[in-house]
Design a protein around this ligand. Structure first.
Ligand code: ADP
Ligand code: MG
Length: 339
């Protein structure tokens, strides 16, 4: 896109051979993003034209999602660029996982303060490592100058079982979550200097913050089994509420059943439940199943090597939180620890 005479397109023609002059938009695209081979056979035309040509499936249809990461808002400014590349795709993969779909094609809109080649090299390595793992083809994007932000759009294929939505939970269904919650929130507190943990726990918590694992395989396997699903990006309390609102239902959850990592458990007396329930950035799945499907879901967790934990059930009432049977407010509890 041409931003006008004052923009990047007004720069002198690049020296593509030596990169001695500042790189322009097209050189950045060619060097870091267009050089990926097209590895999906449903992409007749990838990066390089005015738009990509992708061949959608005959049945089933597509799901599409987009998420933007802004430096200083969604990640600290000094986050390693490979982590930024990973996370920009991972957060979108997590949405596709929550729909029970198979990720396929991505576009990447990059706003960069300048052309920092080592930064771009590392960013692209983090992005493409994850893209390759899930057979995602980057098919286009845009590259402009401005405060650092990364917008990814991801398109996925819906399988024969249809897609998962937030809207299908009904009274009596069991509520599950994958993985553990709250690790990313504790990682951020460590980065901000507001929390200390032993070295190995620190490494684990930072990894959970910077390198979330989208539950793509589990999500796909849950299509046709789970009655509703959402990915935990805003915190379990908020996201379970979203699921319940869409399902016109409520839920009851005992917080002692919410799965925590070993690192979190060791810090629990100091930090409380706040991070696990209200921070977010977890990119785990919260989903519901009919009681008869409990053993199927637990087997799926073992098959995909992802812990799945039963934390509560869907009711006809509001969302209620309990701590050892007593009413508990997930919002603000332990908040004084954040400053
Ligand atoms: P246009 O001006 O027609 O929008 P651009 O000059 O912005 O096209 O982009 C040229 C080609 O490079 C297009 O295929 C576009 O999708 C692709 N592209 C631009 N930036 C990126 C990026 N960051 N990652 C992947 N593809 C990109
Ligand atoms: Mg452009």
């Amino acid at each position: 896109m041409n931003p006008g005479p004052a923009g990047l397109d007004a720069w002198p023609a690049p020296d593509i051979r030596y990169h001695s002059a500042p790189m322009d938009e097209f050189t950045v695209i060619d060097r870091f993003f267009k050089n990926q081979r097209v590895h999906r056979d449903d992409v007749p035309l990838g990066i390089g034209d005015d738009a990509a040509w992708i061949q959608g499936p005959a049945g089933g249809g597509l799901v599409v999602t987009t998420d933007v990461l802004v430096a200083g808002v969604h990640f600290p400014d000094d986050t390693a660029p490979a982590d930024v590349g990973h996370k920009a795709l991972a957060v979108n993969l997590s949405d596709i996982a929550a729909m029970g779909a198979a990720p396929a094609w991505a576009t990447l809109a990059l706003t960069l303060p300048g052309v920092d080649e080592p930064w771009l090299e590392s960013f692209a390595s983090g992005f493409f490592e994850l893209a390759t793992r899930y057979d995602v083809q980057l098919v286009g994007g845009d590259t402009t100058r401005g405060p650092l932000s990364i917008a990814v759009q991801l398109i996925g294929l819906v399988g024969d079982a249809g897609c998962l939505t937030r809207g299908g939970a009904s009274e009596g269904d069991l509520v599950y979550v994958s993985g553990t919650l709250g690790d990313a929130g504790l990682g951020l507190r460590i980065i901000r200097g507001a929390l200390e943990a032993p070295l190995s726990d620190t490494a684990f918590l930072l990894h959970r913050l910077n390198r979330p694992t989208p539950r793509v395989e589990l999500g796909r396997a849950l299509a046709g089994i789970a009655t509703a699903a959402i990915d935990v990006s805003d915190g379990l309390a908020a996201d379970l509420e979203h699921l319940c609102v869409r399902s016109a239902a409520g839920a009851v959850v005992e917080i002692a059943d919410v799965p925590l990592s070993g690192a979190y458990r060791r810090l629990l007396p100091e930090v409380g439940w706040e991070s696990a329930l209200s921070f977010g950035d977890d990119y785990e799945l919260c989903f519901t199943v009919a009681p008869g499907d409990a053993s199927t879901v637990e087997q799926l967790g073992r098959d995909h090597e992802v812990p799945v934990t039963h934390i509560g059930r869907i009711t006809g009432d509001a969302v209620k939180w309990l701590s050892q049977g007593r009413p508990f407010s997930p919002h603000g509890h332990g908040y004084q620890h954040f400053s």
